[in-house]
Design a protein around this ligand. Sequence first.
Ligand code: BTN
Length: 328
Amino acid sequence: MDARILATLRAATPEWVSSEVLRQHEEVSRMTISKRIRSLQALGYRIESRPSKGYRLLEEPTELDAEDLRLHLSSSTFYQHPFHLKQETGSTNDDLRALAGEGAPEGTVIFSERQLQGRGRRGRVWFAPAGEALQFSVLLRPPIAPGQGTLIPLLTAAAVYRALTALGVPDVGIKWPNDVLIDGKKVCGVLCEMSVSLEGIDYALLGIGLNVTTSTEQFPEELREIACSLASATGKNWNRKEVWVAVLNELETLIRALWNGNRAEILEAWRAGAVTPGQLVDVMLANGSTVTGQATGVTEDGALRLILPDGKEQIFHSGEVSVRPNSL
Ligand code: BTN
């Protein structure tokens, strides 16, 4: 009910909504409405009330709060509540792995303001100053064959791409397989770790790090040229809760699509944001060697297609792509 009351107040902002209207929507007493308004106020919603006019929403809280997130995602049947919101931890992926081992359901989410051992892809450290980013992990129990699990990182990047674009962020792009960039600088990284057994994928840990309010000066010098946040790239203020809710909603849509066997939708969503196709790229392999070629797109499994200088095609299932600067 709180979510619906909030939606009605939000839709009317800055106007008043009479207690009568709220009461009729919900078919409850005036007293129940005033009790629900008090509980929203306790969550940080600034709601003005006047006996003659009713209620009006003045301001929404910007802090992340598990109960408040439940309100924002009330139409979702995917995410498990309450969200685990931590001030500090080692790595949210490691915490979630422990919960997965205890049988936690799909849609369990762990968030941390600060990670002491935040991990990136290829064994790298993930950097984010406390309170400026969205650092969280989502537990998946994929009902798909392990071979199709390769699309999970791609769908994650596509979800972030869609959310940021819908929020009006310009020049968002995806670099294969799952880095999200703004104007060529990385704003979001994805670390997808899977536990696979003979029966199939037991679980997948979807770790997402999205820089929201980090200023350029807060990035270590060696990252300033290659990393950005929503704020540093756009010069605007961003509300982390709003961004997070948008990402979680898009993520749910694409996860459901994949679980329903709709791989084409995932590839289409990824391609819509991809900046690599058509570019001259270097692919750094796990053994340290580099292959250069023209990226043409991805296979049905999300592997990178590259045309080598001799005209032959080579497919990459992993590797670190850097786009040659003059080809962008
Ligand atoms: C990358 O290298 O691009 C992936 C970065 C992934 C960072 C996120 S933050 C939340 C989750 N916990 C971790 O330790 N890493 C991921």
